[in-house]
Every structure is written in C-alpha cells, then in structure tokens.
Design a protein. Sequence first.
Length: 400
Amino acid sequence: MEAYIYDAVRTVRGKGNKKGSLFGFTPTYLVTQILKDLKAKHDFDPELIEDIILGCVTQVMDQGANIAKTAAQQSGYGDHLCGVTLNRFCGSGLEAINQAGAYVKSGFSDIIIAGGVESMSRVKMGSDGGALMMDPAVALPGHAIPQGISADLIAAKYGFDRNDVDAFALESQVKAAAAEAEKRFKSRIPIRDVNGITVLDTDENIRPQTTLDGLNGLNPSFEMMGKMGGFDAVALDRYPEIEEIPHIHHAGNSSAIVDGAAIALIGNNEAGKKLGIKPRAKIKAASVYGTDPTMMLVGPAPASRKALKQAGMTFDDIDLYEVNEAFAVVPMRFMQDSGVQQDKVNVNGGAIALGHPLGATGCMLMGTLIDELERQDKSTGLVTLCIGGGMGIATVIERV
C-alpha cells in the first residue's frame, strides 16, 4: 500500500523572541489555525481524519501535556480526533511525517495529519532539561558537547573556514529573498488574530540587506563556551588528530530562532477519493541513521544514503534537496560527502535565512520541497536534517 502526501501547509515564521510578531500566539493557536485553514481549503469531512502526529522538541509549559491532542481538541474537527506528540529533536517534524506514512503503508490507518510546532519565543530551548547534556554521568562518557561546538568541529575536520560558511550563509539569504519576492512559498499561510486581522504574512527573519562584510564582522558564538567551558578539550580528546578548533559559526551563519507550525495530510489512495483531493507526492522511503554524538551533525548524508538505497535510487536520481541549515557547515558537509551539487540544494534558501522552529522544520521543508518540485516541473525530492545527540533523518518523495 502506498502513502501519499495530499497537501502540506505551514505558518509564516516569526522571530523567536518577545519582539517577534508571533510571540502573542500560543503554539496551540498556531497549529489550530493551520488545521482550520487546511479544512477550509479542501472542504473535507473532518471525521475522516483519524489522528494528528506532531513533532515538538521542548514539551513543557505552552507546549506540554500533549500539544497534538490539545490542538485536535481546539480544531473543531470533532472529539473523535486523537493526537500524539513526539520528540526526535530537530528531526521531529519529518519523523511525524514518516510515522504517519508508516501507519498508512501498513494499513493501520487510512489518513493522518502529521507535522510539528515550536514556539521558541514562548518556550525557550533547553527549558525541559534532560540528562543528555545536563547530567555529567551521561554527558562525559559520550563526549557530549553543545551543537555549536560540534559544528565548528566538523568545519575543522573537513576543511571549511570562516569565509566558506559566511559565503554559504549569504547565499541562503539571497535565495530566500528572491523566493519571497517571487512568492514561491505556496504552502505558507499568514497568521491572523481572533478578529481575522492578518498579523504576519511573510517570514519575518529574512534579511535581504545581508552582506559578506557584515557577516565577516560578527563574533563567533561558541568560542568562549568551547575554550573557557572546556568543550573544545572534550572534542579534541575524541579527535586528537585535530590540533585546535577554529570557531567560525555565529548568529549570521547558523539557523535563526523562530516560531512556527506545519502540517501535512497523509493517506492511502482510497482515503484521497473519500476526501476528494488529488495527491501531490508519494513517500518512497524514509530512514534514520546514528552518528558519533561528539560530531553529531553529520547524519544527513548517511541517512539519505540509507533512504535512497531503500528506494532503489542514488543521489543522482534526486532532482531537489532540502537540507536543514542548522549551521552552515551541515549542508556543506552533506554536499561534500554525497557529491550533490549546490544548485540542487535549498534553492529557496534555508534555516539560516528563514529560521528553524525545531519541531516544525522537517514538515516545513517537505512543503517547500513539494512546492518547488511543482514550480520547476520536476519529479523527485529528498528532505534531510541533522539531529542532536548524533542522528540524521531523511525522506524520499516522488511527485504525483
């Protein structure tokens, strides 16, 4: 049995701080609005939707107590609608899609909504605690280090310098600004207040005024943490062949902190007929792959290689890639490892320019990918993200 993506929609991304336009909206509100908009767009019977699977990384406060079920209850779809919230760190939104696809392909479910949400202005990263980084008894044996140190370590290991990552970051901003100007983000939905007044209708973090000189002038974000906090020593103990770690990542070449939500409608062929919707894409394969937790951000290439093998494909068979720009070095290492050319990767910019609402990003990338495949009249695409703790996730789709 096949699993199809019938549609994918997302909110605009708002800056993830108290000055951001979406700070006044709860994450439940963000999810509920796109659920209502999806239903209004296609006029389907909500009784046909069996479950909502949402990725969310920091599941406390406004995002606690199973936000998927909370949003389901507020959506107006009906009391029958169930909900489950999952956490695979930055891969959560794509993991939700993959799990929904697995339910559908197995025959356990006919149609599911899957996606993710993160309100980073209201619920700060790390506010849920956790042993992975906080408990020395767990962190020390695993040589665990903060992600920013890991990004700088990857750059040192694989030969990327400050000019390289800043040039990539500038390109992300240029491409995102062009995509915004040309209205390419078809899956994007503006956020309205309770009175129906539009509060934000563009991705708030895009900075078209960015220059290479401006990026070159920013101070490294992780140098003091690495040197004074001892994390450089932890990394170098694991990788003694590296003499030192030049700290090259900063706010301008790392993913922006933003708020946002995204969902995808996933089902089998018969469910689509009942909904009266034609599918946009088919899920061909999906995988996860574990990596060294010190150099934790190199998972996209091996995860993609694994998914492509499942699909009977190679990197050359994919028309377009969405590789999450957690840090500039992540897609750069992906391209170096896979041999994929940059003109196929993140053609509308990435998280450096647009932002990375942790639990939602994987689903947002899927919507962006399908939009772009349709715009360019191409067939195959792959979404992949690096994941904290040393993981990668990838999903291969084919346009219908």
